[in-house]
Write a new protein. Structure first.
Ligand code: HPA
Length: 304
């Protein structure tokens, strides 16, 4: 009786083991097929001409795209398997164009894990960029200031990050077409790009700090205790995005530059309460400076 019982348990274990194996394998096949379809759609739509650099614009930070000349606008809902944002302030558009002589592709609106998307879905756009042969990625986000020296309206040049999302977009069956299984993360934010950004900011009338970005899962803002924890861990600002995208970019060998727009101070650092409406309003007030910054930096980044 006991032998029969343990046979039965072993069989269940085998089934569960193979179920996980088969599911993760199918998932990785699915990712490869979805990427191929999205890439071939964009290859047709962009008629084989891709910029070196892509920019992802975060919450309320979409207007940079209006500066582009010779725009080709693609609704991301038309791109096979491209995830659609459900968040106010995130348009779903890809815009190819140029700023002076520099070609760029801009993603207006991203998706987040807190919308219920898996990490793999969240990083799908970055993987499409990588597959299209794009070399450089500029990421922007709205973030809460955790470093008490920061104030709303300041920018932070991201030098490193802390993943507090308790997951990783690279989890799953190994997909060799995306890059190494265990990517190095000693320098996910390109050091040369950081120095270009420091130079670019010199003649602009804005405050830019350098610092470490922490990413929490959201969608609730952090508690005051969590903000104190993030500070102790070494975070200077906190957001609910960006970090998964940068991990996927690192795996594919893209060079990354990142800016956080400090829209508010983290919970407990002021007496204010937080709302998405206020974050969006403050982000939109930072747009003109962000546009100046991106315009200045784009040429340097793309000529490398
Ligand atoms: N926390 C997390 N994400 C954010 C914040 C914040 O305070 N502000 C803007 N995005």
């Amino acid at each position: 009786m006991s032998t029969k019982n343990s046979d039965w348990k072993d069989s269940v274990k085998y089934i569960l083991y193979f179920k996980t194996e088969i599911c993760t394998f199918l998932l990785s096949m699915g990712v490869t097929i979805a990427l191929k379809k999205a890439v071939s759609y964009l290859e047709k739509t962009l008629s084989g001409h891709y910029p070196e650099t892509a920019i992802i614009l975060g919450s309320g930070l979409g207007p940079f795209a209006n500066l582009l000349n010779n725009q080709t606008i693609i609704e991301t809902s038309e791109i096979p398997y491209w995830p659609s944002s459900t968040v106010e302030g995130h348009k779903g558009r890809l815009i190819k164009g140029n700023v002076e002589e520099t070609d760029v592709i801009v993603q207006q609106g991203r998706v987040h894990c807190y919308e219920g998307y898996s990490m793999q879905e969240v990083v799908f756009p970055v993987r499409v960029f990588g597959k299209l042969g794009i070399k450089n990625l500029i990421v922007t986000n709205a973030a809460g200031g955790v470093n008490p020296k920061f104030k709303p309206g300041d920018f932070m040049l991201i030098t490193d990050h802390i993943n507090l999302m308790y997951s990783n977009p690279l989890i799953g069956h190994e997909n060799k077409t995306l890059g190494p299984r265990f990517p190095d993360m000693s320098c996910p934010y390109d050091k040369e790009f950081v120095s270009f950004a420091e130079e670019a900011v010199k003649n602009l009338d804005l405050t830019m700090h350098k610092g470490v970005l922490a990413a929490s899962l959201g969608p609730s803002y952090e508690t005051a205790a969590e903000i104190r924890m993030i500070r102790i861990l070494g975070g200077d600002a906190v957001c609910m995005s960006t970090v998964p995208e940068v991990i996927a970019a690192a795996q594919m060998g893209l060079r990354v530059l990142g800016f956080s727009c400090i829209t508010n101070m983290g919970t407990g650092l002021t007496h204010n309460t937080l709302s998405h409406r206020e974050v969006k309003k403050n982000a939109s007030q930072m747009n003109s400076n962000l546009c100046l910054l991106l315009k200045k930096i784009l040429k340097r980044v793309s000529n490398k």
